[in-house]
Ligand binder design. Structure first.
Ligand code: HH2
Length: 321
């Protein structure tokens, strides 16, 4: 119960939106819709069902004998419920780490077969779908995983390879669901070698435009595409900072933008903080992204991000007292 006299939170759509930010309505499976934009970024909570993600790997992982292991679905569901209660409007379930190889993370993530990815994902996804109408995104690069996830009730596919697998494009086109196309270069194992740009803004812009065109050629409706500059993927610290600084340069692509800067290594490089201690830097990046046009921010720390964005926005919209 709210105490008498406590003002209503200024979190929802009742708060007026600045005219400068466009709005979009994406179609979700089973007749639902996802309203994005209008200056009110939505928070996507990260749920990594992996033993080896860079910031929270192993959190839901139960070790078994002989080096094997499995996800504890109940632990993930508890975290999902906490994220939704804290104000996440989307959850992003990933069963394969995309942790890059290179200076920061050594050999990078271990490749996971589609069968293993599906086995990690489905017990969680099926139970979550039965419990919530929230938007459930699945972070995968593989068509077989996307198909299994969509059949189990996923709403949206988040593809960090931007349709590297033509079968994923076919699965998304057949389902008619939204898809996130993220910018990267090369493979996960060698992307750090591709972090070379003459003009990072222009080249990422051109490569995202090409990804959008590739999606349309594969039969995906451009109105269902969300674009992402791919912070930390084939980028140096300076590239990441430049992309955040000029996020507005991607507005003319005409699609909602997702930004995932949470706990990423550029924050560690600038501050010396380990992944588990990068909340303040992550909030600074999410706040900047939100103010400069991100429609979705993908974060590990939902409660803090929701509060940060609510206050940031309330100040930005305050009228003369
Ligand atoms: N970043 C990660 C994974 N998926 N998807 C999109 N669209 N954008 C991102 O920036 C992005 C992403 C990496 O973060 P995390 O999931 O925490 O780590 P890991 O890939 O090691 O599981």
């Amino acid at each position: 119960m709210k105490a008498a006299g406590t003002p209503a939170p200024l979190l929802g759509s009742e708060a007026s939106a600045p005219a400068a930010f466009p709005s979009w309505r994406l179609g979700l499976p089973r007749g639902r819709t996802l309203a994005l934009g209008g200056g009110r970024p939505q928070v996507m909570g990260v749920l990594n069902l992996t033993p080896d993600s860079f910031s929270d790997g192993g959190r839901f992982w139960v070790e078994a004998s002989g080096g094997a292991g499995r996800i504890d679905p109940e632990a993930v569901l508890a975290q999902a419920r906490a994220m939704l209660a804290a104000g996440a409007e989307l959850l992003d379930l990933g069963a394969e780490s995309t942790r890059p190889a290179g200076r920061t993370y050594g050999a990078g993530a271990v490749a996971v077969a589609a069968e293993e990815e599906i086995a990690r994902l489905l017990p969680v996804l099926e139970r979550l779908r039965a419990q919530t109408d929230a938007v459930l995104s699945v972070d995968t690069r593989k068509g077989a995983v996307a198909r299994a996830a969509l059949a189990a009730g996923a709403d949206l596919i988040n593809d960090v390879s931007a349709l590297g697998d033509p079968d994923l494009a076919a699965a998304v086109a057949a389902a008619g669901c939204p898809v996130v196309l993220m910018h990267s270069r090369g493979e996960l194992a060698d992307m750090h070698l591709h972090a070379r740009y003459e003009d990072v803004i222009g080249e990422v812009h051109a490569e995202l435009a090409a990804a959008l065109a590739r999606a349309e050629r594969a039969g995906i409706d451009r109105a269902q595409v969300v674009l992402d500059p791919g912070i930390g993927f084939a980028k140096t610290r300076l590239h990441n900072l430049a992309l955040l600084r000029r996020l507005d340069a991607f507005a003319d692509l005409g699609r909602p933008l997702l930004v995932g800067a949470s706990r990423k290594s550029f924050i560690g490089e600038l501050t010396g903080a380990p992944p588990s201690d990068r909340l303040a830097g992550s909030l600074a990046a999410a706040g900047w992204a939100a103010r400069h046009g991100a429609a979705i921010v993908r974060v590990h720390d939902v409660e803090a991000t929701v509060q940060f964005l609510a206050i940031d926005r309330a100040i930005a919209q305050a009228g003369p007292a």
